[in-house]
Design a protein around this ligand. Structure first.
Ligand code: UGA
Length: 432
C-alpha cells in the first residue's frame, strides 16, 4: 500500500518506519524542514534503540521517504495516518489543535478515496470529528473512511513493541476500512482485534489508565510495607503468581512519568467529568502519583532533619531508562523540592542531560558520570534505573559519597547487602 504518515514524533516515526519495514511504501510528513532533511539521511530525531537501522535500511530500499510537502505525500497515498501529539491543556483535557490542522490539510490534499487512520491518543468521539473536518475541506469528489488504530508502544522499546506487541486494535465503522487496515497490519503477525471506532478510542485510554492504576496501587502497598515491616518485592512476587493479577507492571517506585500516563489519565478524568460520570478511582490514582514523586525527599528530610546546604546527587533524570524524554519525569519535582529545602542538586543522566537542562530548575548542576556526581555530593538518590547507574557498586558509593547514604527510588540493590557494605540504604517498600 502507499501510505502517508503525518507527524514524526515517537508514534509517527516508529509507525512509518515499521510499516515500510513490512513492505509498504511510506512517506512521512513533518512541518520542520531541518528535521525532514536529517530524517532523509536516516537520522532519527528521537533516541529510540534500533530505529535508525530500520530507517536507513528502508530508505535504501526506496520504501521510506520524508517530506514537508503534503502534495508530494498524497500524490499516491491510499491511506493517511495521523500521528501528531495531543498534549494536555491547562484544564486537563486533550488539546486537539494539531489533529484539527492535520485533518484539514489531509482534506485539502487527498487525490483519491482515502482511509484516514488515527494513531494519536484521542478522546472518544474524536474520529467522527476528524471525518467531518476532512470532508469539509475536500477539493476532490472522493470517499473518506476513518479508522481508530491506537498505539501501545513504550518509549525506549518502541521498535521491539511494534513487532512483538500483544495486539493491534482497529476501530472502524465500515467493513472495507476495517479489512484494508487489517491487511496492512497482517505482516506484523500480531493478534488483531476489530471493533467500532468509539470502543477502539476507549481501549487506548482504558489501557493506559489501568496500567497507571496498577502502578499507584503497588506504590500505596509499598508505602504500607514500609510502615508495617513487609517487603514489597516479596508481596508483588506473591501477588503476581495469580494469573488474574499478572506479574508485570508491579514495580513500586517514585511514580509514573512520561508523555502518556499523566496526560491520558488526566484526559480520561476530564472526559468522565464532561460525561457526567466522575471517575473517582482515577482521580485517586493521579493524587497518589503526585505524592509518590515526593517520597524520596520526605525520606531524606526524615533522615537528615534539614537538607539546608546539603548537596544531593540525582542519578538518572529521564522518566525511565532508554529514553531522553524528560516529560513529567519525577526528577523535575524532586529537584524542585530539594532546592526549596535549601539543598544543592547535581544531576547525572547518560542521555537526557540536554533535555533536562530545559526543564529542571536553573540551579541544578550536571555531571558527566555517576562518579563525578557522587564525589561532589553528601548523599545520592537513584531516580532512573539506567544500566550504567545499576552497574555502580555499593563499594563505589561508599568511597565516593561524603556520607554513605543512598535513597533508591528503583530498588536496584539488596538492602541486606547494602547494610553489610556500610551504606545507609533507603529504598521503596523494603526494610533497611
Ligand atoms: C506507556 C504504555 O506502557 C504504552 O503501552 C503506551 O503505548 C504509551 O504509554 C503511550 O500511551 O504512548 P511509556 O509512557 O513509554 O508507555 O512508558 P512505560 O514503560 O509504560 O512507563 C511509564 C512510567 O511508569 C515510567 O515512569 C515508569 O518508570 C513507570 N513504571 C512502569 C513504574 O513505576 N512501575 C512499573 O511497574 C512500570
Amino acid at each position: 500500500m502507499n501510505i502517508a504518515v503525518v507527524g514524526t514524533g515517537y508514534v509517527g516515526l516508529v509507525t512509518g518506519v515499521a510499516l515500510s519495514e513490512i513492505g509498504h511504501h511510506v512517506t512521512c510528513i513533518d512541518i520542520d524542514i531541518e528535521k525532514v532533511k536529517r530524517m532523509k539521511q536516516g537520522k532519527s530525531p528521537i533516541y529510540e534503540p534500533g530505529l535508525e537501522d530500520l530507517m536507513k535500511a528502508n530508505i535504501e530500499r526506496g520504501r521510506l521517504d520524508f517530506t514537508k510537502c503534503y502534495e508530494e505525500a498524497f500524490a499516491e497515498a491510499e491511506v493517511a495516518y495521523i500521528a501528531v501529539g495531543t498534549p494536555e491543556k491547562a484544564d486537563g483535557t486533550a488539546d486537539l489543535r494539531f489533529i484539527e490542522v492535520v485533518a484539514e490539510s489531509i482534506g485539502r490534499h487527498v487525490q483519491r478515496d482515502t482511509i484516514v487512520v488515527t494513531k494519536s491518543t484521542v478522546p472518544v468521539g474524536t474520529n467522527d470529528y476528524v471525518r467531518q473536518l476532512v470532508e469539509k475541506n475536500l477539493f476532490e469528489n472522493v470517499n473518506i473512511d476513518v479508522v481508530s488504530n491506537p498505539e501501545f508502544l513504550r518509549e525506549g522499546s518502541a521498535v521491539h513493541d511494534t513487532f512483538h506487541g500483544d495486539r493491534i486494535v482497529i476501530g472502524a465503522n465500515s467493513q472495507h476500512a476495517a479489512d484494508t487496515i487489517e491487511q496492512i497490519n497482517v505482516p506484523f503477525g500480531l493478534p488483531i482485534y476489530k471493533t467500532d471506532i468509539q470502543s477502539a478510542e476507549m481501549i487506548k485510554y482504558a489501557s493506559n489508565a489501568f496500567l497507571a492504576t496498577k502502578i499507584s496501587f503497588v506504590n500505596e502497598i509499598s508505602n504500607l510495607c514500609d510502615k508495617l515491616g513487609a517487603n514489597i518485592e516479596d508481596v508483588t512476587a506473591g501477588m503476581g503468581m495469580d494469573a488474574r493479577i499478572g506479574n508485570k507492571f508491579l514495580n513500586a517506585g517514585i511514580g509514573y512519568g512520561g508523555s502518556c500516563f499523566p496526560k491520558d489519565t488526566s484526559a480520561l478524568v476530564q472526559l468522565a467529568e464532561q460525561a457526567g460520570q466522575p471517575f473517582e478511582l482515577l482521580r485517586a490514582v493521579m493524587n497518589v502519583n503526585e505524592k509518590q514523586k515526593r517520597l524520596l525527599v520526605e525520606k531524606a528530610k526524615e533522615r537528615f532533619g534539614s537538607l539546608q546546604g546539603k548537596t544531593v546527587a540525582l542519578l538518572g533524570l529521564a522518566f525511565k531508562p532508554n529514553t531522553d524524554d524528560m516529560r513529567e519525569a519525577a526528577s523535575i519535582t524532586i529537584a524542585q523540592e530539594l532546592i526549596l529545602e535549601g539543598a544543592n542538586v547535581i544531576g547525572y543522566d547518560p542521555i537526557a542531560t540536554e533535555n533536562a537542562k530545559k526543564v529542571l530548575p536553573g540551579a541544578v548542576a550536571y555531571a558527566d558520570s555517576p562518579e563525578e556526581a557522587c564525589k561532589t555530593a553528601d548523599f545520592a538518590m537513584i531516580l532512573t534505573e539506567w544500566d550504567d547507574i545499576q552497574a555502580v557498586s555499593l563499594e563505589e558509593y561508599k568511597a565516593w559519597l561524603k556520607e554513605p547514604v543512598l535513597f533508591d527510588g528503583r530498588n536496584c540493590y539488596n538492602p541486606a547487602e547494602a547494610a553489610e557494605k556500610g551504606i545507609q540504604y533507603h529504598s521503596i517498600g523494603r526494610q533497611t
